[in-house]
Design a protein around this ligand. Structure first.
Ligand SMILES: CC1=C(CCC(=O)O)c2cc3nc(cc4[nH]c(cc5[nH]c(cc1n2)c(C)c5CCC(=O)O)c(CCC(=O)O)c4C)C(CCC(=O)O)=C3C
Ligand SMILES: [Fe+2]
Length: 342
């Protein structure tokens, strides 16, 4: 297969206060979420002047990738398009068509399987191509990378750096707490052809990062950033509840490592650096938050290697045992049942 471009696929985020509500309406489009609920979430963004850091983080990643590609002879122009905010993927795909692109490789900023993390990016691609119409380039999404050394090693380095900020005398009662975005239980059950792929991959990533970073410590995988109505079950426990449990069991310090994310966007800097940190302070727990990969050189190199897997037939580095594939089975990870508008 001949590829002639690269496109970074991401979530998108507001960049000024007036962007916040339209962005949030895009995130929940078709789901009948009332504006009052969105106004609550908007508050989190307003603590940061209505600016999510995610777009700048993607600009930084794109710039690092261009340098990395140039240094390794990968001659693909790099584009970027989002699901929920500008630059919107449909506009990017129109630009790619105008530039004569025929078949691009797409890298989504999520390591895992599941609807929000994987399938929805395939849907974004299909919708953007349909919007552009005849002449729209094909886009093949690169594979999931939850156990790639270029993902696991930067996470492990982040845990080790975070541990250095805690009291070494209390290491024996320090615990690693890995977090990922909670999803509805029904969504988790249909993630991947055999189900539960999202959770299973996260469990494997947690195991690998723990082994590489601090095998002497105990660890858990818990969930953050739950939304949706309370009567709908989502993956539990929530990180805040879990800190409470740990404090009751004699744990004195925690390192919280958000392995579910590739950069320190709003779900990290609000839900962890504010909410979970406050919870820890209330419980008297020492607290350190480990970094996400961001533009760590090994992570940037990983993206380039994932491209070369498709162009140069290279090996597929993997530290874990769960299988990976280039094209997801058509019936995996269906969207959640749509809620009716109230
Ligand atoms: C699995 C997963 C990831 C990780 C994979 C990936 O990265 O793709 C992720 C990432 C993110 N989620 C983000 C923000 C939001 N997620 C929401 C809502 C939801 N997320 C869900 C799942 C996930 N989300 C789900 C099942 C919902 C319920 C509604 C729905 O089914 O869509 C809402 C709506 C308001 C609310 O109800 O809380 C917001 C604002 C941001 C941007 C942060 C920034 O701006 O910096 C990022 C990177
Ligand atoms: Fe989300």
């Amino acid at each position: 297969m001949v590829y002639d471009a690269f496109v970074l696929l991401s979530f998108g985020g507001p960049e000024k206060p007036d962007d916040v509500m339209p962005f949030l309406r895009n995130v929940v489009r078709g789901r009948g979420v009332p504006d009052e609920r969105l106004a609550e979430v908007a508050e989190h963004y307003m603590h940061f002047g209505g600016v999510s850091p995610i777009n700048q983080q993607n600009r930084d990643l794109l710039a690092a990738l261009e340098t990395e590609f140039a240094a390794h002879g990968v001659k693909l122009p790099a584009y970027w398009g989002n699901r929920n905010w500008h630059p919107m993927l449909a506009d990017t795909v129109a630009q790619m068509r105008d530039d004569g692109v025929q078949h691009a490789l797409g890298f989504a900023t999520s390591a895992y399987g599941g609807y929000s993390s994987c399938k929805q990016y395939w849907e974004d691609i299909a919708a953007a191509r349909e919007h552009v119409g005849p002449g729209a380039p094909q886009i093949s999404k690169l594979r999931q990378f939850h156990d790639h050394p270029g993902f696991v090693n930067p996470l492990a380095a982040g845990v080790q750096d975070a541990l250095k900020t805690l009291d070494p005398a209390r290491r024996a009662s320090t615990r690693l707490v890995f977090t990922a975005h909670s999803i509805p239980v029904s969504m988790a059950a249909t993630a991947g052809p055999t189900g539960d792929r999202y959770n299973n991959q996260l469990e494997e990533t947690a195991r690998l990062v723990h082994a590489a970073a601090a095998a002497d410590l105990g660890y858990d995988l818990v969930w953050q950033s739950r939304s949706g109505p309370p009567q709908v079950p989502w993956l539990e426990p929530d990180v805040n509840d879990h800190l409470e449990t740990l404090a009751g069991k004699g744990v004195t310090d925690v390192v919280v490592s958000p392995i579910g994310f590739v950069s320190d966007h709003l779900e990290v800097i609000w839900d962890l650096d504010n909410e979970a940190k406050e919870t820890a302070a209330r419980l008297g727990l020492g607290y350190a938050r480990a970094s996400t990969p961001g533009v760590h050189p090994e992570f940037v190199a990983m993206v380039r290697q994932l491209v070369q897997e498709r162009t140069d037939d290279q090996s597929r580095p993997a530290l874990g045992t769960l299988p990976t594939w280039d094209v997801c089975p058509a019936d995996c990870c269906p969207p959640p049942a749509r809620r009716k508008a109230p």
